[in-house]
Design a protein. Structure first.
Length: 292
């Protein structure tokens, strides 16, 4: 690289050296929020050090991999074609993490589904709103992340409803609505609860590919594991958590690989918007806790 090129790159990109690995296109310079693409440990290397070595060619070439929008009214509607993935993020929103996740998703032009905890949304209402305002789908994941299979039926229903209400209230402050997507904490479900949820109009979101991003692995290891499982299946709903720094760091690596391998990210939206804001869960259960 000529000195002038190096200087230009440093001036233009700051410490974002990913952009220096290839010719810096005008489009890239104008379209990319430079600062927000930096927050991965993979490239958080001092500029001078990084410039002394060839950059890995696979680092950072954001391009739009947003796929089709899939309207969903029941779980059975979620039928993906080969090469299609759905991104889901559980347990947030988490201040200091979710913001960067949103930025990275924006870089790649993709929309995800966030299954928020009632307690987390209650603690970070503006962040919850920001997720929805950015065009992502927001569902719920109980209030306090308890194992519902270990509760009585009535306790479990109350926990689900409390979670829905808290997420809904947090979103309402920003004029946003809760979508009827729900995921069981620990993927721990009972037939009773699943049936009641489905009958009440909720869409139970299952998981095809668990990134296991809660393991204490490196971001690259999480990306590699998830990609490997995806390649074995060819498509699927992927589970991440927007509460871990390793997930924040992993996401650009993962999305870059999706782009290079030709995958597209499907956006899930509720088919029937009239169910927004309704008390979804109790609609499927009788007062005594039986399924209607
Ligand atoms: Zn969870």
């Amino acid at each position: 690289m000529l000195p002038s090129r190096l200087l230009l790159c440093l001036l233009v990109s700051g410490i974002m050296l990913g952009g220096c690995a290839k010719p810096v296109s005008p489009q890239r310079l104008t379209a990319t929020p430079v600062v927000d693409t930096l927050k991965t440990s993979a490239i958080a290397v001092p500029a001078v050090l990084k410039m002394e070595q060839p950059l890995p060619s696979e680092i950072f070439a954001p391009r739009n991999i947003g796929g089709r929008t899939l309207p969903v009214s029941t779980t059975a509607d979620i039928i993906l074609k080969p090469g299609e993935v759905v991104l889901t993020f559980d347990d947030g929103p988490r201040a200091g993490k979710t913001e960067t996740i949103l930025s990275t998703l924006s870089d790649y032009g993709v929309k995800a589904t966030f299954l928020m905890l009632g307690s987390s949304a209650e603690a970070n209402p503006r962040l919850a709103q920001r997720v929805a305002i950015a065009g992502h789908t927001v569902g719920s994941h109980t209030y306090g992340h308890v194992n519902l299979a270990g509760l009585t039926r009535q306790e479990a229903i109350e926990e689900i409803v409390k979670g829905e209400e808290a997420v809904s209230a947090a979103l309402a402050g920003g004029g946003q609505k809760l979508s009827p997507f729900f995921r069981f904490p620990y993927l721990s479900q009972t037939g009773f609860l699943r049936t009641g949820l489905i009958q009440s109009g909720a869409v139970v979101l299952d998981v095809d590919i668990d990134s296991k991003d809660y393991f204490k692995d490196t971001p690259a290891a999480v990306a590699t594991r998830t990609l490997s499982r995806l390649e074995a299946r060819g498509s699927g709903i992927i589970l991440f958590h927007d509460i871990h720094q390793r997930t924040v760091d992993m996401l650009p690596i993962f999305l870059d690989q999706l782009a290079r391998r030709g995958y597209s990210v499907v956006r899930l939206v509720p088919r029937d918007t009239s169910i927004f804001g309704r008390d979804l869960i109790t609609a499927g259960f009788a007062a005594d806790g039986t399924v209607l």
